[in-house]
Design a protein around this ligand. Structure first.
Ligand code: PLP
Length: 491
């Protein structure tokens, strides 16, 4: 059965390979699969899979124009010793909590789960579509996507990658990770603004037909590595299925038992993949959408209206500092139709807000939402470390807090997986602050101190960061993004 990908805002329908290369549909909508395939193996069969085998199984269902050989090539190049754990995405139980650790890739955040495979999916897609032009990946980042995309595309022939990050909106370690990327085909810019400025700037460039045509004449095609690309969303479904079968394998649940998942959410990509896993048949009861103080999504799920007209806050979970959650558009389509989505997205652009109808609101029952303030985030980090000697990062702490709110309000006792999205070392200053360790020292010394204090080993990729030279020193304003791209490509 062939699965096509259609736009959330119109009739456009394309094959998986085209959707991956296009990034965004030509009408500005996001691609979504026309059918969500079902899991058709028993738990006994699924349990036998390791991460790569499960990845093969899931990807084959979605990428129906890819051959088995092509998918295997992508999977084997993505999920290998780039990850510091054999299981790729370990599920750990600490105290009464279950954590799905998605941060053992090279850049220490869950973005590696999808961005280590996306370059290979794109490479295969280019070959299929007979594309000879060079692909230029444009990426806006709130900190973690940028590095994961750089690491994914670095040195891959036929690709260039350009990353824009908010100059004052990422952690010191996140910035260092990006500006030390040394391969020739990489370029990194600081943007004078916040993540939404970077993201809307990139989106406008994708929608600028003249600009795209002028690059095309020079042999360049723009594409996206942001989570609007369906090639990022689909690989994320794998770890939800994997976490569920890990729960069975480890004896924490019985086959078919319902669980909840709590996901620290920004652009709504990660949690949406969880929703897809549920739609495929994984018995997920509630998807808990955890926000920080930029709590637009919390308001959305509780009031049925989305309003981005508010102050942007820089929080201790910076990868979630987002006011426009792009992937929510895919969920909106799921509960309405392309015309409604188009209108709502126009409202969002013009007025900064939109409201759902009663019937749409009643279709959101799979979700629960809560949020954590910075203070609550610090408290969660400290509490869990002291109670269970488990060190979690600030984003994960937000998910923990939302889960606690959920279980207190609903009294639901189903086992809940807390999706752990970053290594605590990546946000060492705030982790130390939460734990009450004096954090007023230089980053790398602090990392050593944190490791000595907790006994948690420092990831290898962080150890080498200190001695890596800075190669990217450029910055620009949102209005200069086009010029900067042209200058780099010499067009
Ligand atoms: C990107 C990111 C998130 C948010 O994920 P979305 O898919 O954008 O909702 C949460 N935590 C960390 C550490 C991240 O890097």
């Amino acid at each position: 059965m062939e699965i096509l990908y259609k736009s959330t805002r119109g009739k456009e329908k394309v094959r998986a390979s085209e959707a991956i290369i296009n990034g965004l549909a030509s009408d500005g909508g996001l691609y979504i699969p026309t059918i969500i395939p079902k899991i058709d193996l028993s738990y006994d069969e699924l349990i036998k899979f390791d991460y790569r085998e499960l990845a093969m199984y899931i990807l084959k269902k979605y990428l129906t124009d890819f051959s088995e050989e092509e998918i295997s090539y992508c999977v084997n190049n993505a999920y290998n010793d780039k990850f510091e754990r054999e299981e790729i995405a370990p599920l750990v139980k600490k105290g009464d909590e279950y954590y799905l650790e998605l941060y053992h890739g090279r850049t220490l955040a869950f973005k590696d789960m999808a961005l280590s495979i996306l370059p290979y999916l794109m490479k295969v897609a280019c070959k299929k579509l007979n594309i000879k032009d060079e692909i230029v990946i444009l990426t806006a980042t709130s900190g973690d996507t940028g590095k994961a995309a750089l690491e994914g595309f670095a040195g891959i022939p036929g690709f260039r990658i350009i990353v824009f990050y908010p100059e004052n909106g990422v952690s010191h370690i996140q910035k260092l990770q990006m500006v030390t990327q040394k391969e020739e085909n990489t370029l990194v810019f600081g943007i004078k603004g916040n993540f939404d400025d970077a993201q809307s700037g990139v989106k406008e460039i994708f929608e600028d037909k003249n600009f795209n045509e002028s690059l095309k004449e020079e042999g360049y095609i723009l594409s996206s590595a942001n989570s609007i690309n369906i090639g990022r969303l689909i690989p994320q479904i794998i770890y939800y299925v994997y976490s569920y079968i890990s729960m069975i394998k480890k004896g924490y649940i019985s086959k078919g038992e319902e669980i909840n998942v709590s996901v620290p959410t920004g652009n709504f990509g990660n949690i949406l993949a969880g929703f897809y896993a549920k739609s495929m048949g994984i018995p997920i009861n509630k998807l808990i959408c955890a926000s920080n103080e930029n709590n637009v999504l919390w308001e959305f799920f509780n009031d049925g209206s989305y309003n981005k007209n508010r102050d942007f806050k820089v929080t201790v979970s910076p990868s979630m500092d987002i006011l426009v959650s792009s992937n929510l558009e895919r969920l909106l389509y799921n509960i309405s139709d392309e015309k409604t989505v188009k209108n709502m997205m126009e409202d969002l652009k013009r007025k900064g807000e939109y409201t759902l109808s009663e019937s749409m609101i009643s279709s959101l029952k799979d979700f629960y939402s809560s949020f954590a303030t910075d203070k609550e985030t610090y408290e969660a980090v400290k509490k869990i470390y002291e109670k269970n000697l488990y060190l979690m990062d600030t984003h994960t702490a937000v998910a923990y807090k939302a889960y606690k709110d959920y279980s207190e309000t609903t009294k639901d006792e189903k086992k809940t997986i807390i999706v752990s999205t970053a290594s605590p070392f990546k946000f060492n200053k705030d982790i130390c602050k939460g734990l009450g360790i004096d954090e007023e020292i230089e980053d790398f010394r602090l990392i050593e101190k944190l490791s000595a204090y907790t006994g948690v080993e420092i990831p290898i990729s962080l150890k080498i960061l200190e001695s890596s030279p800075v190669v990217h020193k450029l910055s620009c304003s949102k209005s200069e993004m086009r010029e900067s791209i042209k200058k780099y490509l010499r067009v």
